[in-house]
Design a protein around this ligand. Structure first.
Ligand code: GLC
Ligand code: CA
Length: 557
């Protein structure tokens, strides 16, 4: 299969959640100058692109995912001059910057919404989705929001309800209104003209809603909006329009966040000739395993994980492009979730996970701190949560709901988004070198052991292992473009696959278990060389015993 080459296919992307990355002025909140001060660290790691979580003006009901001005920078993060400096400083180092585009909804403090709620005949009324309630004080339908509670908010000003699939401070935009699309496209053009290098599109699969809005299938207290607002009737039409009017005019990359997407739908959003997006984030391997909604304390069984990831690898091959990730700002820490964060296994399993992901076909994303093997935070009480989703979920399921504290606690501490949002651990000085002040969210106490200063100085660290994986991807096109094949699909402990391009073949072997396992190296790899290993293994013999969480890659030529 002949694959079209593209820079964004060959890139490694690093996600920055600015609030928790680096604080430059001691107010306890990460900021743009903080990011600038760490660009050399990222350059040394070897990444090509930064995906910047939202830095726009926002009242921070959902940490910047509720935007009140798309063309201004959040005061806490700095100014537009700081942004311009960041963009220039990144470009100087050959690093591109991809912006978060949050246009399914705005903040309720955005001037469009401030206008919209004023009167039924306001010029901005149709920028949002307003409906009459059912007889007086009952919402138009039973839909629940992603952050708990109903998806409709009553507004006394005009006596109607507005739709918010997320918090009530995040009203959904009405994409069926051509003026909304025009405003969004103009805003995107403005950023592109500034020289940014792409967009990560927040919940982009939800922008189109059905005209009819019937009750959804009930899950607990509320009904699901899923078939009516996810992959809605006009989503592809609007994305093609966006592509035609904005994206196609620039050499930028795009990745859509498309929860619930299937491989078939992914080909529509991000097919080689779809003229929509370059790639999408799929969530099958990180979602749908909950006991209470999304909440669970169970790890996904390896066989299921392999099945999901392999389906994405093979079904998109040559047709659409994969994005590869274990975690992000909405997910727990990779090593705690998919690996093993007990001290004796943390480093090995973090390196193993990195091997498993970075040797796959697609564009890999590293979430800040993942390259250090940062772990979930040891929460002691619900007061420590800062995240609106965790706070609401604890109240809804536990305090006001049916699930006993002990049962829910192990689930919410395992999956809370705040696990990923504790500050990056830069060194072993107080507050982990993140701030000289009081951090906005607790710092993981393990920063004295796990931090960037120690790891950059130690050639055997998780950091250096990531650095090596990134360098390998640049050296061997087979890692980017090769065909993927899963071996030993029924094995409960090992994830083994091959990559193949022309005469070249790789064997990737990853142990996902905390005990030793026997493994037979296939004949065709008998004379192969070892590209990388997370231990001092000898792969010259056919019969080998793998250590807990051992990982290695062999190459035939
Ligand atoms: C996306 C973001 C998440 C945010 C939500 C609403 O899922 O990744 O952080 O809360 O959209 O914007
Ligand atoms: Ca700051």
């Amino acid at each position: 299969m002949d694959m079209k080459r593209a820079w964004w296919k060959e890139a490694v992307i690093y996600q920055i959640y600015p609030r928790s990355f680096m604080d430059s002025n001691g107010d306890g909140i990460g900021d743009l100058q903080g990011i600038i001060s760490r660009l050399d660290y990222l350059k040394y790691l070897g990444i090509d692109v930064i995906w910047l979580s939202p830095v726009y003006q926002s009242p921070n009901d959902d940490n910047g995912y509720d935007i009140s001005d798309y063309q201004d920078i959040m005061d806490e993060f700095g100014t537009m001059a700081d942004f311009d400096e960041l963009l220039a400083a990144a470009h100087e180092r050959g690093i591109k910057i991809v912006m978060d585009l949050v246009v399914n909804h705005t903040s309720d403090e955005h001037r469009w919404f401030v206008e919209s709620r004023k009167a039924k005949d306001n010029a901005y009324r149709d920028y949002y989705i307003w409906r009459e309630g059912k007889d007086g004080q009952t919402p138009p339908n039973n839909w629940g929001s992603c952050f708990g509670g109903p998806a409709w908010q009553y507004d006394g000003e005009t006596g109607m309800y507005y739709l918010h699939l997320f918090s009530k401070k995040q009203p959904d935009l009405n994409w069926d209104n051509p003026k909304v699309r025009e405003e969004v496209f103009d805003m995107m053009t403005w950023w592109c003209d500034k020289g940014i290098d792409g967009f990560r599109m927040d919940v982009i699969s939800m922008i189109s809603k059905t005209e009819e809005m019937p009750d959804g299938e009930a899950h607990g207290m509320y009904g699901s909006f899923d078939p009516y607002c996810v992959h809605g009737p006009n989503v592809h039409k609007y994305l093609r329009e966006m592509n035609e009017k904005v994206l196609s005019k620039y050499d930028i990359m795009t990745v859509g966040e498309t929860a619930g997407v299937t491989t078939e739908q992914a080909k529509q959003y991000a097919g080689e000739d779809a003229h929509e997006l370059h790639m999408v984030f799929q969530f099958e391997h990180v979602e749908g395993d909950g006991k209470y909604g999304k909440w669970t304390d169970e790890k996904i069984p390896l066989i299921r994980l392999k099945k999901i990831l392999s389906r994405w690898q093979t079904e998109l091959y040559g047709k659409a492009w994969n994005s590869l990730f274990w975690d992000n700002h909405d997910q727990p820490r990779a090593v705690s979730r998919f690996g093993d964060d007990r001290p004796q296994y943390r480093e090995m399993s973090a390196k193993m996970l990195a091997t498993c992901l970075h040797m796959m076909q697609g564009t890999p994303y590293i979430y800040q701190g993942e390259e250090l093997g940062m772990t979930n935070y040891p929460f002691q009480s619900p007061e420590e949560f800062r995240d609106i989703e965790s706070i609401n979920a604890y109240r809804e399921w536990c305090e006001e709901g049916p699930v006993p504290h002990e049962t829910f606690w192990s689930c919410i501490t395992f999956k809370s988004r705040d696990n990923a949002r504790t500050p990056v651990q830069w060194d072993d000085s107080p507050q982990a070198g993140f701030t000289t002040g009081e951090p906005w969210i607790a710092i993981n106490p393990n920063y004295t052991q796990i931090n960037a200063k120690a790891e950059t100085a130690d050639p055997g660290s998780v950091f250096h292992y990531y650095k090596k994986l990134i360098a390998l991807r640049k050296a061997y096109p087979v890692i980017v473009y090769g065909r993927y094949e899963l071996l030993m699909e029924d094995d409960e402990d090992l994830y083994v696959y091959t990559r193949e391009m022309d005469e070249e073949k790789l064997l990737v072997v990853c142990s996902f278990c905390d005990h030793e396992t026997g493994f037979t190296i296939p004949d065709e790899f008998a004379k192969a060389s070892c590209l990388i290993s997370n231990t001092d293994g000898n792969y010259d013999r056919a019969e080998i015993t793998l250590k807990p969480y051992e990982a290695f890659v062999l190459r035939t030529i």
